[in-house]
Design a protein. Structure first.
Length: 111
C-alpha cells in the first residue's frame, strides 16, 4: 500500500532539488501553497492531472514515488538490470513470471 508520508516526502525532496519554495511550486502548478504543504505532509493526495503536472514541473519520477527502492536492495537491482540486458525475450518472460509468482506468494502470506 502507498505510504502517503513517504510519497509526500518524495515530492518535497524533488521540490528542494529544484530549489523551489512551496509558494513558487504552488504558483507553477496553479494551486495554493496550502495545497502543496498538504501534499508534502501526506495529508492530501494529488489528482492524476496534478500528479502529471508535478512530474513534469519537477522532472519527478512517478515510478520512484510509487515504488521507492530500498537502499540496501539498490545494488542487487542494479546487478539484475545489467543481467537482464543479456537475456533473450523468452528469458525475460521466464524471469517476469518467476518474479510475479514470488510477489503473489508474498501477498498471499501477508493476508
Amino acid at each position: 500500500m502507498l505510504n502517503r508520508k513517504e510519497f509526500g516526502a518524495a515530492i518535497r525532496n524533488a521540490r528542494l532539488e529544484n530549489k523551489l519554495t512551496q509558494e513558487k511550486l504552488a504558483e507553477l502548478l496553479e494551486v495554493t501553497p496550502v495545497h502543496v504543504k498538504q501534499l508534502e505532509s501526506g495529508s492530501r493526495m494529488p489528482s492524476v492531472e496534478l500528479l502529471h503536472n508535478i512530474a513534469v514541473t519537477l522532472n519527478f519520477s512517478v515510478d520512484g514515488a510509487f515504488f521507492p527502492i530500498n537502499a540496501k536492495n539498490e545494488e542487487m537491482l542494479d546487478k539484475l538490470q545489467r543481467l537482464l540486458h543479456l537475456c533473450t525475450s523468452h528469458d525475460l518472460r521466464v524471469v517476469y513470471a518467476t518474479a510475479s509468482a514470488l510477489t503473489d506468494k508474498d501477498m498471499e502470506n501477508s493476508i
